[in-house]
Design a protein around this ligand. Sequence first.
Ligand SMILES: C[S@@+](CC[C@H](N)C(=O)[O-])C[C@H]1O[C@@H](n2cnc3c(N)ncnc32)[C@H](O)[C@@H]1O
Length: 170
Amino acid sequence: MNYYDKIAKGYNGLYSEEQLNKLSTIKNNIKINKKMKMLDVGCGTGISSGFDCFVVGIDPSLGLLKKDKNAKKLLGVAESLPFKNRSFDYVISITAIHNFNNIKKSIDEIKRVGKVRYVFSVLKKSKKFNTIKNLIEKNFKVEKVIEEGKDTIFFCQNHNLYIYKITTIE
Ligand SMILES: C[S@@+](CC[C@H](N)C(=O)[O-])C[C@H]1O[C@@H](n2cnc3c(N)ncnc32)[C@H](O)[C@@H]1O
């Protein structure tokens, strides 16, 4: 049983408030419509999946996934996302990326399954913070950075947005 399975029972009681504050900041800084498709990588109990569009969550902790009875969710890891290229309008990952075993591979996967927009909320106190920040900056165009509680939130676009637009227009 992994760490998150062990704390699954008390997770929402411990973290709801701070995670909902991050969610609120993200909602105030992105434009969503109901037709959009979003992937929440490391969705946990689904607190971070509360957007008004079609949201799929993925997480390796069955204990946390079981706490959310409503959302569409999959058991799985960021390093191997079971989706086709460019499946989602938004890919988000909230206070989860420092847990991933292979951060570089996970970012490659997140980039692959997303079309244009990405949001990463990263735990400031993580020893991996600078590595994660550098990988985000290398792989995406960072449009905005906001400090929110224990996290720094990166609002990003795909570097290839221009190419993508041309390809979809043709
Ligand atoms: C602090 S919790 C955040 C959960 C949720 N995003 C939230 O805001 O409440 C970190 C999450 O990362 C997940 N996680 C750990 N390793 C992962 C991996 N390799 N791929 C995807 N998620 C992972 C954990 O199971 C846990 O749900």
